[in-house]
Design a protein around this ligand. Structure first.
Ligand SMILES: Cc1ncc(COP(=O)(O)O)c(C=O)c1O
Length: 393
């Protein structure tokens, strides 16, 4: 069986990062990696802040945040007036949930591909308000058309107050047909929150084309922003109702400033985030996307081959730009959260490779990412050593 050719490397790209060269960093998707130029830009902003904190916070910071927000929103293809910067997608999802003012009898519908912390946030908001949550099971082999039908059948007009779907899922690295799902929900009068944690920088889809009521995405993953940089995009009809989790002096400023301003925080990451986009653009956004997706496909295939997984049994991500791919682990391996965490740590310790391991619906999966700092040899090395590590148990 021939393995697809890996992409041509992007020369010098690894040198843009300060990653430990003795480790294969094959899990960009979890916490990203911040290019050195972005780290430096943020440090310069911190130096400015520390040279006169009072001036930094009181003279023009709100406007500087608005300027960064407009720049980032334009990159995302989002309405700048509907965009608020937030710390991360988990926080953005919590803002949306509590702004809905759920009541007993209301329900929130999700799928079993959703992100764990967002599911916990839904559970807490339901417990607090008397609403209920319902999780729709979506088998890994489901086609886009079947998925749309599952969601259509799963919504209860008048009762379902929110549908949450992921643009690219975390445990299963699956691209969901978000525009079609939003259209179905709209047909049934159900508002939609799209969790697009991985979309900015990786996927070419614009926020406007998804058309969701609420869209949340991280810039600190694939858009090279400092950690703590995410966007919440709210459709016009909802903006008045969206409230921050923490009330601040900017409460009367309206959306988005009242959501963004959270008192004395370090906002330098947001101000430095455009430098992440500059880095991405200097490498060539399309070139980076194509490289990363091809490298992830290569990695999936060589590691899958090493574990004896037939190519047709390797899960397809559902789109050409996806730079995260799954490799099924042997049955019984890493099926629980604890076992997955233990295996991830063991792979890091023994093989020197950072990967994501997750149990999903009774099966353990390795999730491999491709990024400009990765080389095909890193996946080859993992493929050579992983079978022995798994055999030792
Ligand atoms: C689909 C999805 N949603 C939400 C998150 C949470 O992101 P954050 O930790 O930045 O809140 C992640 C993180 O990997 C994710 O994959």
């Amino acid at each position: 069986m021939t393995v697809p050719r890996p992409p041509e490397p992007i020369p010098g790209a690894r040198l843009l990062f300060s990653l430990d060269p003795s480790v294969s960093h094959l899990n960009h998707g979890s916490f990203g990696a911040v290019p050195i130029a972005v780290q430096r830009a943020q440090q310069r902003l911190r130096d400015e802040m520390e040279s006169n904190p009072l001036r930094f916070f009181t003279q023009g910071l709100v406007d500087r945040i608005a300027h960064a927000r407009r720049h980032l929103a334009t990159f995302l293809g989002a309405d700048p007036d509907g965009t608020a910067l937030v710390g991360n997608v988990t926080a953005a999802a919590a803002v949306v949930l509590q702004s809905l003012a759920l009541r007993p009898g209301d329900e929130v519908v999700t799928t079993d591909h959703g992100y764990g912390a967002v599911a916990l946030s839904v559970a807490r908001e339901c417990a607090r308000t008397g609403a209920v949550s319902r999780t729709l099971p979506v088998p890994l082999s489901t086609t886009d058309e079947e998925l749309v039908e599952i969601v259509r059948d799963g919504l209860r007009p008048g009762r379902t107050r929110l549908l949450i779907v992921d643009q690219l899922t975390s445990p299963t690295a699956r691209l969901f047909p978000t525009s079609a799902l939003v259209a179905v929900a709209r047909e049934r009068g159900v508002p939609v929150l799209v969790d697009a944690a991985h979309a900015p920088g990786m996927l070419p889809t614009t926020v406007a084309s998804v058309g969701a009521d609420f869209w949340v995405g991280n810039l600190h993953k694939w858009a090279f922003a400092p950690r703590g940089t995410a966007a919440l995009v709210v459709a016009e009809r909802w903006r008045e109702r969206v409230q921050p989790l923490v009330v601040s002096w900017e409460q009367d400023a309206g959306y988005p400033t009242r959501v963004e301003w959270q008192a004395t925080l370090d906002y330098t990451g947001w101000l430095a985030a455009p430098v992440g986009l500059f880095t991405l653009r200097s490498l060539g956004v399309d070139r980076v996307r194509a490289h990363n997706a091809a490298l992830a496909a290569y990695g999936q295939r060589v590691v899958g081959d090493a574990l004896g997984v037939a190519p047709e049994r390797l899960p397809e991500p559902g789109g050409p730009a996806v730079a995260m791919r799954l490799v099924p682990l042997p049955p019984g391996v890493a099926t629980t959260l604890d076992a997955a965490r233990e295996l991830r740590a063991r792979i890091a310790d023994r093989i020197g490779a950072e990967v994501s391991v997750a149990g999903w619906n009774g099966r353990g999966y390795l999730r491999l990412c491709g990024q400009v700092y990765n080389t095909p040899e890193e996946y080859d090395r993992l493929a050579v050593r992983l079978p022995t590590l798994l055999a030792r148990g």
